[in-house]
Design a protein around this ligand. Structure first.
Ligand SMILES: [Zn+2]
Length: 669
């Protein structure tokens, strides 16, 4: 595979016909209608592809965009062949563009968002991404790092300045820049509080200078920016120009020392979770609709994500993270030669993300405020502009997860078991760079219609391997037990099956085991029950140093499996779901590789319908082939599961993990 990239730029200056827009950024004191333009605001986009996966990067010169607006962009780009998780819309956070969030309206309590402008903006972002994709050429990647530390202030931690300037350049075969994604940790807030003219602030100037000197399109993203500003914050346009020059010099110096990034495939990871809204002011703004956002049970949904090519990792967060949030997560990756770039305000704007250890509460003027003890007078407002302390903790754990690569051992009884119950999850895990081994316990000699035994076994094996290949399995193993006879294993034979699974666990050392749920109380397939029993027993027996000592003589050691995802056939034990919306197509495709099994599956369904005197056209009419049937069946079933969790498609599991140990092991940094 080869990486390709295209880039484009488009103006997002509101056309006159759109009506009033308000300047967003500084604490609202009075109506600040936009009166003119100091310098233009733009969207800049790049599309990066490895031939299989493609991502859209869009840098938008506005204060921030909430999740609902980004979802509109994703809807439109999904129709252009982008998976939703592969769309990254990040805002530069200029404090001199039209209000796109709502906080800076004509008066307190009234949203400052001009909806017409938002729709215009969505159109422009989508068009710019499409244009970028159309100009793709093969590229090489180059990472550079510099610093602008001496020209920044950190309002909370003296000496705690993170002045990182990062850049990744995508160059065509002649060595010309197609796109440069660059980051800086200083908030673009050099315009003054009384300014009413549009401006992209320093990032707009610097991107323009990079484009002039290097060619291509320069996309800016905020780095770990919480509490960090230019030394000339709020001092106006003259100081902005001189600060921009310093940043440009820092970028140029960094680019001079660039390092080639090797890698020919794109990996995309996304973690979505719920963050409680602990900040009462935010809750009021959500409820009043000033910030347009769904708040259910006092929490909001948010995602962190990462894309990776070779040893370059670009992490995207939905708010403004403080320096310190990343250190422990990133250090080992960088120590091993990796490059990690941080892009804030991506796909949402949830406020400051403050590490738990830096979060402070106290009393000022008789009322409880979140404050910083480093300042004598305490309160400086960052805590008040965050969701609360839980946001930092949750973001930190998600960051760890983004950099954790797992070994997965998936064990099914029959050829189609893993595909049907966990195919989307397996595909998602493998697509996110985890190593998956799939195991089939039985031989599927009988899962066919009118096919002789030996041929049925051969076909099902071949079709199973084709399906698991689509799901991204690195290895497929067949244990060869006779299907539909597992319940007849005598005591010794069962112990042997269990020993084989223990051996597999000790050999493969999985972090995650995926298999049947032993609590599936509506289970009528005894092969499934026996596999559930053997696998779940083996998971804990593999860590006993007294069991199967013959393994140790072979050089194997004990192994404890961190997590089990068990197909939850009984909804009362479903405690975990995996959003497989972006992978449902691959799941259907994999299911359709099980041609022999699917034929029998729908044949059985047709017989059941007929036995009930029902005529089901979908099953009887040959014009519907098994692809149509599988597509409908899978989407109906897993769409229902998705609806239970607020996503389009989900697979549900009974997850067994560290349980209460997690509460005892909290990292408060
Ligand atoms: Zn089965």
């Amino acid at each position: 595979m080869v990486i390709s990239c295209g880039a484009a730029r488009a103006s997002i200056v509101p056309p006159g016909s759109i009506g009033k827009t308000f300047v967003a950024g500084y604490e609202a004191t009075e109506a600040s209608e936009i009166t003119g333009m100091h310098d233009p605001i733009n969207v800049r986009a790049a599309v990066v592809s490895d031939g299989t996966n493609k991502i859209a990067l869009a840098s938008v010169e506005v204060i921030g965009l909430l999740r609902d607006v980004v979802e509109m962009v994703k809807d439109r780009l999904e129709a252009r062949g982008f998976k939703r998780r592969n769309v990254f819309v990040f805002c530069t956070h200029t404090h001199a563009a039209p209000d796109t969030m709502g906080l800076w309206g004509p008066r307190l309590g009234v949203s400052g968002v001009n909806r017409q402008y938002l729709y215009f903006l969505v159109d422009r972002i989508v068009a710019c991404v499409v244009e970028a994709g159309a100009s793709s050429v093969p590229v090489t990647l180059h990472h550079s790092r510099g610093s602008i530390k001496d020209n920044l202030v950190n309002f909370r931690r003296e000496g705690g300045i993170d002045g990182t300037v990062d850049a990744v350049t995508f160059k065509d075969e002649e060595g010309r820049a197609v796109a440069t994604l660059w980051t800086c940790t200083a908030q673009p807030e050099i315009t003054t509080r009384v300014n009413t003219e549009m401006s992209a602030d320093y990032p707009g100037i610097v991107s323009g200078l990079i484009e002039q000197s290097r060619g291509g399109i320069a996309l800016f993203a905020l780095g770990a920016c919480g509490g960090q500003s230019p030394e000339c914050a709020e001092q106006g346009f003259d100081r902005m120009a001189s600060f921009a020059k310093k940043v440009f010099v820092a970028v140029e110096n960094a680019l001079a020392g660039e390092a080639r990034v090797d890698g020919d495939s794109l990996e995309i990871r996304e973690i979505t979770g719920r963050i409680p809204v602990q900040n009462g002011n935010f809750l009021i703004m959500f409820k009043l609709g000033i910030f347009k956002r769904d708040v259910a049970e006092g929490a909001i949904t948010a995602s962190v994500s990462k894309w990776r090519i070779g040893n370059l990792h670009v992490v995207h967060l939905p708010g403004e993270p403080f320096p310190g949030l990343f250190e422990r997560v990133v250090e080992p990756v960088e120590a091993a030669g990796g490059h990690v770039m941080v892009a804030s305000l991506t796909n949402d704007a949830i406020g400051y993300i403050i590490p738990v250890g830096q979060f402070r509460l106290g009393r000022i003027d008789g009322s409880t405020k979140w404050l910083d003890p480093a300042k004598k007078e305490g309160f400086i407002g960052h805590e008040d502009e965050s969701l609360g302390p839980e946001a930092g903790r949750i973001a930190k754990y998600a960051l760890y997860e983004l950099f954790t690569y797992k070994k997965v051992l998936a064990i099914g009884a029959h050829a189609d078991d893993l595909t049907i119950w966990a195919g989307g999850t397996i595909k998602r895990l493998s697509a996110e760079g985890n190593e998956v081994t799939c195991v089939r316990v039985c031989d599927d000699w009988e899962d066919c219609v009118g096919v002789p035994r030996a041929e049925a076994m051969a076909r099902n094996k071949e079709e199973c391997e084709a399906a698991y290949k689509i799901l991204g399995a690195a290895d497929v193993l067949h244990l060869g037990y006779t299907s539909d006879y597992l319940a007849g294993l005598d005591g010794g034979e069962y112990i042997k099956l269990r020993e084989r699974v223990v051996r597999l666990i000790r050999q493969r050392k999985p972090d995650v085991v995926i298999s049947f749920d032993i609590n599936g109380n509506d289970e009528e397939n005894m092969d499934h029950v026996v596999v559930a029993r053997a696998v779940n027993e083996a998971c804990w027996q593999a860590s006993f140093d007294a069991l199967y000592p013959e393994h140790f003589a072979e050089g194997l050691g004990i192994h404890a499996t961190a997590e089990r995802y068990l197909f939850a056939r009984n909804p009362s034990v479903t405690n975990f779901h995996v959003d497989v919306s972006d992978f449902i197509g691959e799941k259907v495709e994999a299911a359709c590789k099980h041609v022999t099994v699917m034929k029998n599956f729908f044949h059985q369904y047709a017989l059941l319908a007929r036995a009930n005197k029902l005529h089901v056209e979908l099953l009887e009419d040959p014009k519907y082939d098994d692809w149509v049937r599988a597509n409908l069946f899978i989407k109906l079933l897993y769409g229902e599961a998705g609806a239970r969790h607020g996503v389009r498609y989900a697979e549900e599991f009974n997850r067994i993990d560290a349980g209460l140990l997690k509460g005892l092991a909290r990292d408060e940094s």
